[in-house]
Design a protein around this ligand. Sequence first.
Ligand SMILES: [Zn+2]
Length: 258
Amino acid sequence: MTLSPDRLDRFARHIVLPEVGGAGQARLVESHVVLVGMGGIGSPALQYLAGAGIGRLTLIDDDAVEASNLQRQTIYTTADIGKAKAEAAADWVRRFDPALDVTAHVARIGRDNAAALIAGADVVLDGCDNFATRLAVSDACVASGIPLTTAALGRFQGQVANFAGHREGHACYRCFVGDAFDAEDCDTCADQGVLGAMVGMVGAFGAMAAMRVLLEGVATLGDPQWGQLHVLDGLKPGLRSMKIAHDPECRGCNGSAR
Ligand SMILES: [Zn+2]
């Protein structure tokens, strides 16, 4: 694909990077990213993915913007309070870059609709707030052959990883957390509090992880580091990484799912 002069200008700082380059930027422009959860993680992730020129964005969230979201969910303003987050986020994308194709789904993603909602994605970035949804999204990604970037936050600890559970011998998100959380639905932000800048770091980290997936085989940034869990300690601050092993008994990425 050839980028027009104004698009070349817009993405010039990417293109000049040897780790991205013209081929990498062209790949980003052709890519389709599905974002699950347009909250504290999805909001900054969307800003950087849209900034990177991801050509097609699908935004999924069933919540509405509340005043208490504005301390960390950076794409929303006071005027958005009461609006559906997916719609308000899509409006932000249209204002930011009309050349991008954005679709909003005001829906709660779950086992019944996940496959349809993520169809055609090159990567799914899950920044939602509960395990049941994360596991449903992960299983749908494995079944659909779509890579998953997961980004999560617990107070001052962020966790970001790329999973390719659809590939032989690779771990999926369910290999990591197991089956115990399928029924659990915990929104801990309201109970425990969350620092705005901390979710910003994790969301931006997630956006970069998703870009690594998109650039696999195209540019040197494209090392997805599959199954490598990066744990960010925001208080220290510090970062450590660990490998998540493929679980041969995992029901997400074995047997019928494969
Ligand atoms: Zn698995």
